[in-house]
Design a binder for this molecule. Structure first.
Ligand code: CA
Length: 224
């Protein structure tokens, strides 16, 4: 999570609550500082204050949406403004949600969870079930037809991502970005190595068949 807020007390309040909810948090006091942080690594979500010194929050959100690398970032606006017209401008500039100050920390984390559930279901703790295969992010357990399956940490993250996005084809570059993270430089065949290990682990209950190789493109997880 990246928190962009110029008021230290509010920035700290948001950061403390997000850390308490289990998220890794970076903070910036301006859009310019946020940009420097984003150049290093991409967070899953940006909590963005509307009224910032220098570049305003809505202009910054539009900028993020206009660049391929940051286009898909989830953005939640935090603002003191209450007018409905401003809310529309905020959503038009590409925010996923909108929170008006003062808000309770509980409300903020609930909104963040809702946005992540919509945009990045593999980042939530929701149990995923497909065709007898069940993955529980909270306990980090995977079962096939109720039998426990033994997966390494990378295979677990890969399976979580694939099960959260069934029927969609992902190429190796996309899987590297999604499973290993942005700015990680690995060879594409690393993906094949981990897909092979994942299939091996799932083969104990025959669920390896859910992972399809799409020739010339990448991989797809079937819905069953
Ligand atoms: Ca402010």
């Amino acid at each position: 999570m990246l928190v962009v807020e110029d008021e230290p007390a509010i920035r700290e309040l948001i950061a403390v609550n997000l850390r308490h909810a289990g998220y890794a948090v970076a903070c910036a006091h301006s859009a310019e500082e946020a940009e420097t942080i984003l150049n290093g690594a991409l967070p899953d979500l940006v909590v963005l204050d509307w009224m910032l010194p220098g570049q305003a929050g809505d202009a910054f959100a539009r900028k993020l949406r206009s660049q391929p690398r940051t286009r898909d970032l989830s953005i939640i606006f935090v603002t003191a403004r209450v007018e409905e017209r401003d809310k529309l401008v905020g959503l038009e500039s590409g925010a996923d949600d909108y929170l008006t100050k003062p808000f309770s920390p509980k409300e903020l984390t609930a909104r963040i969870k809702a946005v992540l559930r919509r945009r990045a279901p593999q980042l939530t703790d929701d149990v995923v079930r497909i065709g007898g295969l069940e993955l529980n992010p909270a306990t980090r357990r995977v079962t096939g037809d109720r039998k426990p399956l033994d997966l390494g940490p990378t295979e677990f993250r890969m399976l979580h991502f694939l099960m959260s996005h069934p029927e969609r084809v992902y190429n190796r570059t996309q899987l590297l970005d999604e499973v290993w993270g942005d700015h990680v430089f690995l060879e594409e065949r690393t993906v094949d190595v981990h897909i092979r290990r994942l299939r091996m682990a799932l083969s104990a209950t025959g669920h390896d068949e859910l992972i399809e190789t799409v020739r010339g493109t990448g991989y797809r997880f079937r819905r069953g």
